[in-house]
Design a protein around this ligand. Structure first.
Ligand code: G3P
Length: 217
């Protein structure tokens, strides 16, 4: 399973990248706004900075909701750097745009996916990634991980090549469950990635090893 970081914060992207386990980055308009990045040029520059920082795919989201607008925006985003992936919302014109991008060799990530039906449509339209938002599904009282498992089953049976990118990850357990459920990628906040390495017995064991090592010096 690949690890992406879900942020537009450069310091956090660098920290995850320095760990050596980062495969890519996802952003969205809310994450860009959180970093105070406003205006078309500033947004494009920020995507360029992120795409230069990491080797893997960087999702950059369109904000148009009509086919022509999405295609025009996506072309500009894709031209920033070869590792930019155009993020397109799961709406009717979005499906058309996904197909257009696929036909024109522009990589895409279909976002705001909350059902298996939407995931099938994204795959049919040729999306490279599909992003089910598992945390938001959990928030509504459903089981986000179960959706990952369902989509993984369908994609295997049907031979779809679209990668399942589990998004809206809220904690380390989400990452583990998504790995079990067959996600190809997890896009996570830095805290959830770092949370994976914590275990009290590791700390206790290390303290003991270090204490014993002092004794035999
Ligand atoms: O990748 C989508 C993600 O940013 C949404 O996360 O926590 O706002 O549901 P969240």
């Amino acid at each position: 399973m690949k690890f992406f970081i879900d942020t537009a914060n450069l310091a956090q992207i660098k920290e995850a990248n320095d760990l050596g386990i980062l495969d890519g980055v996802t952003t969205n308009p809310s994450l860009m706004a959180k970093e105070g990045i406003k205006g078309e040029q500033a947004i494009m520059n920020h995507y360029k900075t992120i795409a230069e920082l990491v080797d893997g795919d960087v999702s950059a989201e369109v904000i148009s909701t009509d086919f022509d607008g999405m295609v025009a925006e996506g072309k500009k985003l894709a031209a920033i750097r070869p590792n930019i992936v155009v993020k397109v919302p799961m709406i009717k014109d979005g499906v058309k745009a996904l197909k257009w991008f696929s036909d024109n060799n522009i990589k895409t990530n279909c976002t705001l996916v909350f059902s298996a039906g939407q995931a099938i449509l994204a795959a049919k339209a040729g999306a490279n990634y599909v992003s089910p938002f598992i945390g938001r599904i959990d928030d509504g009282g459903w089981d986000g991980v179960q959706l990952i498992e369902q989509i993984a089953g369908i994609y295997t049976i049907q031979g779809f090549e679209t990668e399942i990118l589990a998004a809206s990850i809220r904690n380390p357990l989400h990452i583990i469950k998504c790995a079990e459920a067959g996600a190809d990628v997890c896009t996570c906040p830095l805290d959830s990635i770092l949370g994976l390495l914590k275990h009290p017995l590791t700390d206790i064991g290390l303290a003991k090893f270090l204490a014993d090592a002092k004794g035999v010096k």
